[in-house]
Structures are given as structure tokens and as C-alpha cells.
Ligand binder design. Sequence first.
Ligand code: ZN
Length: 306
Amino acid sequence: MGHLKLPEGKKIAVNLGTDFDAQSLWMGGFNKPSPSYMSRGEFGAMVGVPRLLELYEKYDVTTTWFTPGHTVDTFPGACEAVAEKGHEFGHHGYFHENPTLIDAGCEEELIDRAFDTFEKRLGIRPTGYRSPYWDYSDNTLDIVEKKGFKYDSSLMGRDLVPYRPQRWAIDWENGNKAGKASHVIEIPVSWYLDDFPALGCVTGYQVGQQDSKTIYERWRDIFDYGYERVENAVYTSCVHPQTIGQPHHMMWYEDLIKYMASKDGVWFATLDEIADCWVDDDEDKEKMELPDIRTTAPRPEYYPNF
Ligand SMILES: [Zn+2]
């Protein structure tokens, strides 16, 4: 497998990813556009963003903000503040639509709509994509390639190293087969490094509200493993301004950044910068030449469709 060739003296690349979903988080998938949920998104833009920008500046952290087009249209001022601090914007759909609920045409249209917003409001075209809800339709990877993205950051086939994501032909009775790998580099995510499932409370869906110390220790342990045991590692975490922006969360998040910053060879970088460090080996090149197989065989009739 290929590897990251990190800058001289660096042991690990750290991307403190910040998914600025704001109000769209509650629209595209949760379908909860009520005043109460909208106020939670507003909190992210008005309170969470300035707190995070201040924190990142204090520790000289530059990172990637995966931001739906809807957030850019709704809170352009907050997005301009992020841009002014030199952070990268990543593409994150338009209204945080769930890609598995829509057809290819609709998925592509919403991606284009967000591109238009980035161009109109901020004069940029993001080079990276992170799918809303980190979910992928059968068409997502094709669309990501077609739109010319340099990298994707939504899948979980590895943890502390990037990779070339492959298509899978699904076969229930003979084993699945891996097919053609993408020329888009995958910088993987992990639900264990996302603040929302552990800490965000959604009535009737998830309790959240776990103990901050436990989360701090989990995120630090994963960092330590990458730092000490994985060569040319990448650590890709994800916070949401409306979740991490709460005072007690800002405290543990700052402790974590302080801990990382105290180590030698830690490179706080954007995912665009990290993607530029990727070097393929022969195995990757062969995988990219494999046949484009991905037929999804039907479920065997004897097995219930539950
Ligand atoms: Zn999101």
C-alpha cells in the first residue's frame, strides 16, 4: 500500500476536522426543521465558530471545515470568518442530504448547488468531499471522481493511514470481490473520533451526553497509537461547532490539542495538504487498473428481506 510522505521532521499529520453543519444537520436527514432545532444550528454559527476559531489560533492549528452549501448561504458571515483565518473549506453536500435516499441525478444536482454557493459567496471550489452522515450511495464515488475532487474523507476502510478506495461487487453466496480502486485518495474517518454520537443529544434518537473525560481519553489513546505505532500516520477527527462549542466540551478539546501540540513532529494540517503528501506504490497502481466490477447480486430468495 502507498503511504504519506510527511514533511521533514513530521511523525504524524493531524486534521482536527470541523463539520460546520449548522441548521442543515437537522434538515437533510433528521427532518426536524423546528425552531428549537434551528436554534441549535444557530448556536453553532454564532457561539461555536468564534470559540473554535480562537482555540485554533491559540495553538496555531489550520484545519478543514466541511460545510454544506446551505450553511454558507445561511451564515455567510461565520464562513467568511473561517476563511479569513486561512482554514480550508471541504464540500459537504447542500442541505446535509442523505445520499442513500436520493437518485444519482439528485445527488449530483445538490453537489453542484453547493459548488455554486462556494463560488458565489467565497470565490472558492473545494478540493475535498465528505458525504453528509458519512453515508455513501452506490453512485457517490463515481460522482466524487466526476467532479474532480482530489480527496474524499467519508469512508472507514482504514483508520490511521489514507488509501485508495475500491468498488465492491456484492455476491451473497460466493464472497464479495474488490474491483477498480479510485484515483481519489481516501483519508478515512472514524465514528470513534466524532463528537456528535458521543456527546450530542437528540430526543428519541441518541442520548449523547457521555462523560467528557472518557471521550478525551479515547481521542488521546487513538492519537498515541498513531503517533507511537504507525509510520506516517494521519489522525482525522471531527467536531461540530454546535456540539464541541459547549463550554465543558471546549475544555477537553483544548486539553487534547495542548497534549498533541506538546509532542515533537505533530503536523496540524488541512486535508488538502495531507492529500498532497500521498505516494502510490505498485499495488495501488494495479488496483486502479482492475476491472470496474460492482454488480450488486440480489439477496438469495430463501433469506428474508428484513
Ligand atoms: Zn455533517
